[in-house]
Write a protein that binds this ligand. Structure first.
Ligand code: OOG
Ligand code: NI
Length: 458
């Protein structure tokens, strides 16, 4: 097939993200309500803060804001993870980062599939937080064997999806018609099932071991469990949720409110209880919830170490998992400890705490070829020939993710696992290494510097 007939993987991802959002909106009406609230608050925030609007305009983020979302799935076997990697690759999504959630009592480890190049992210920033159940953590050997057997019997991909993945791998892509069919077929893997594959008693046994185990093992496929829009003011959305009949979790995960947002702040509402037909009886299951996120600047290893240190200090002082009863104190402790985190972009940049994008300004371009034009990056910035924009954090945070899991699984789901993190095992299942996210931010920053210098001085 000639290359010209092929659709770019970024366009397939964009189409898939849209189709997924439509499916979820139709299946979970509360998601639609949340989307409307987020759109309202985003519009108000932009109106009230012209500087923010200008900055989003300059970086192009304004175009991706409405289509920005991430979702999550939980898989049961190594083979499922390896095939989902190939499915996401058709859409230009690579496994970025490794997250071990077992220290927080959730028996999974995870990665995030997403686009890696800034121009691809611009077309569609869609990401999927993908977890693999760690069956070895089920202590009861009979139950573990039952779970393994149930998972071995299911096939979560349609034959059509598998054929199109192979075709894309063979031909190096898909044409428009096949890409549309691929989106339709791939969507089936993420669909909700009203029927379970086990009896009510078996479900209960799995659930008693851990609710998450029942969520993965008892069903035909890895239903998408949430889709998360990006908000420009998470505190406002959190405050407005109850008025829309949505009850948010006790605390916002991630850093406290700041002038210059860093990393990622997230909050969610509890999973809905939905009717399920077990093989022998009617019952219910809860898995699907809603979440919102506010993204800030990506941190360098030095910035991230500071973030982790301050977060741990606040949590240690709290002495318990954040919950309804200690939420106010948690907020105070976070605000107090994070005073040690510089809160202007200039400080974040000068102290090497965050990543930035460098953009040549009109003034800089006009001065091109002028012998008086400065030649170094700091001088060009001072002269207004280069603008500095924070680079958005595109990834996730393990402590936050654990908090989101917990708020949906209920506190009863807290277990203590002594097993260590096992990135090598995860990557073996995945069939490839995971990409180091910090390396990607470093590369994007460097590319922007190189391009500026070429444009202004080249
Ligand atoms: C994933 C929870 C983590 C996030 O945004 O950190 C998550 C799950 O519940 O499967 O979505
Ligand atoms: Ni999420």
């Amino acid at each position: 097939m000639p290359a010209s007939a092929q659709v770019s993987p970024d366009e397939i991802r964009k189409g898939f993200s849209k189709a997924m959002s439509e499916m979820y909106r139709a299946e979970v009406p509360l998601y639609g309500a949340l989307m409307e609230l987020v759109a309202q608050v985003n519009a108000q925030t932009l109106e009230a803060d012209p500087r923010l609007a200008q900055h989003l305009q300059r970086t192009g983020e304004i175009q991706r804001l409405d289509m920005e979302r991430h979702g999550a799935i939980r898989l049961g076997t190594a083979a499922e993870l390896a095939t989902i990697r190939r499915l996401f690759a058709v859409m230009g999504m690579q496994p970025v980062g490794y997250y071990d959630l077992t220290p927080a009592g959730v028996p999974v480890h995870s990665t995030a599939f997403r686009a890696v190049h800034e121009s691809a992210l611009q077309t569609s920033p869609f990401r999927v937080f993908t977890s693999l159940l760690r069956l070895e953590l089920i202590e009861n050997p009979d139950l573990r064997a039952f779970a393994e057997n149930a998972l071995a019997k299911r096939s979560i991909f349609t034959p059509g999806a598998l054929a199109l993945i192979e075709q894309a791998e063979r031909d190096g892509g898909l044409n428009a018609e096949d890409a549309d069919e691929f989106i339709r077929q791939a969507l089936e893997t993420f669909r909700w099932h009203h029927t379970a594959t086990v009896t009510a008693a078996q479900y209960q046994q799995l659930s008693d071991q851990h609710r998450l185990i029942a969520d993965v093992v008892a069903f035909k496929g890895p239903h998408i469990n949430h889709l998360t829009p990006r908000t420009l003011d998470i505190d406002q959305v959190q405050a407005a949720m109850p008025g829309k009949g949505i009850t948010p979790k006790a605390v916002i995960e991630g850093p406290p409110p700041r002038q210059c947002p860093i990393l990622l702040r997230q909050t969610s509402f509890k999973a809905l209880d939905e009717p399920i037909a077990f093989t022998d009886a009617q019952g219910s299951h809860s898995a699907r919830f809603g979440e919102i996120e506010q993204r800030g600047v990506a941190l360098t290893p030095k910035g991230r170490a500071l973030y982790d240190r301050l977060l741990n200090a606040a949590r240690d002082e709290l002495g318990a998992f954040p919950n309804e009863a200690n939420a106010a104190r948690y907020g105070q402790l976070m605000a107090h400890h994070f005073q040690a985190f510089p809160d202007t972009y200039a400080q974040l940049r000068e102290q090497g705490l965050a990543y930035f994008r460098y953009l040549a300004t009109a003034q800089g371009l006009a001065a091109r070829g002028n012998p008086a034009q400065p030649r170094t990056l700091p001088e060009l910035i001072d002269a207004g020939h280069i603008d500095v924009e924070p680079l958005v954090y595109e990834d996730f945070l393990p402590v936050s993710a654990a908090g989101i899991f917990q708020s949906n699984l209920g506190d009863a789901a807290q277990s203590h696992y002594t097993t260590n993190s096992n990135q090598a095992e995860f990557e073996k299942a995945l069939g490839s290494p995971t990409i180091d996210e910090l390396k990607l931010y470093g590369e994007t920053q460097q590319r922007s510097v190189d391009e500026c210098m070429r444009e202004l001085l080249g």
